[in-house]
Design a protein around this ligand. Sequence first.
Ligand code: NAP
Length: 222
Amino acid sequence: MPSAVSVVARSYPDRIIGIDNTLPWRLGTDLKNFKALTQGNAIVMGRKTFESLGRPLPNRLNIVLSREKIADTDNVKWAQDPETALLLADFYSICKGNKQFFVIGGEKVYSIFDDYINKIFLTEVFCGPINGDAKFDFDFPVDEWFYRFEKEFPKSPVDEFPFRISYMVRRKQKHRDRMISEFKTRNPLFDGNWELYTQELSQKAEQEVEYAQLSFIERLGG
Ligand SMILES: NC(=O)c1ccc[n+]([C@@H]2O[C@H](COP(=O)([O-])OP(=O)(O)OC[C@H]3O[C@@H](n4cnc5c(N)ncnc54)[C@H](OP(=O)(O)O)[C@@H]3O)[C@@H](O)[C@H]2O)c1
């Protein structure tokens, strides 16, 4: 199945990601990167994060986890449990020939999918001690993760604080498998043209996707 990739911004060193259901900072450059990474892909989020966005993010499939039903639209899909969220993300990614989908928060949702995450784009915001009620409290020990890329950005007119974007990869990748029948039984829209989907998927090597993502970050911020 496609890779689950996390994108998160947390304060350094306190690991705060949110307060009162908003982001504690304004970082235009980081948002630009978030947009570039997630465009055209499925994004999985919790109901609170969905509300904090104020609207579904365009050009992406917004998969929203909630125990209460959320009305589906063209680009918003309700997931009543984590397994449904994964199934929707896999289905959409395969149909689009995407190698990855993104887990975009908040605290609860990062924890739920932690076991499936192989790659993380982590932004650390050098804002000093701040108040917050949501955290991303994970360590990335070097025997389990390696840092493939890192870039620091200064404070600027569009970035309230200096920050660093790191890209980390799990050393022992976790693979998820599915039977084609899962799509057929749980999603009647799946037309069974699996051959075509897998062909598309393999043609888009994940290394190429990563290369494009890291080159974009390299060019960001002048
Ligand atoms: N800095 C960043 O990168 C970043 C990114 C994203 C979010 N945030 C911040 O994080 C905060 C929100 O995080 P959060 O942890 O409070 O909320 P959240 O993870 O966004 O959403 C939690 C909600 O997800 C649903 N949910 C959780 N587990 C579920 C399950 N097993 N089955 C079905 N639904 C489930 C529940 O919705 P229902 O209550 O409707 O059932 C739950 O209330 C905000 O402050 C936001 O700004 C920061």
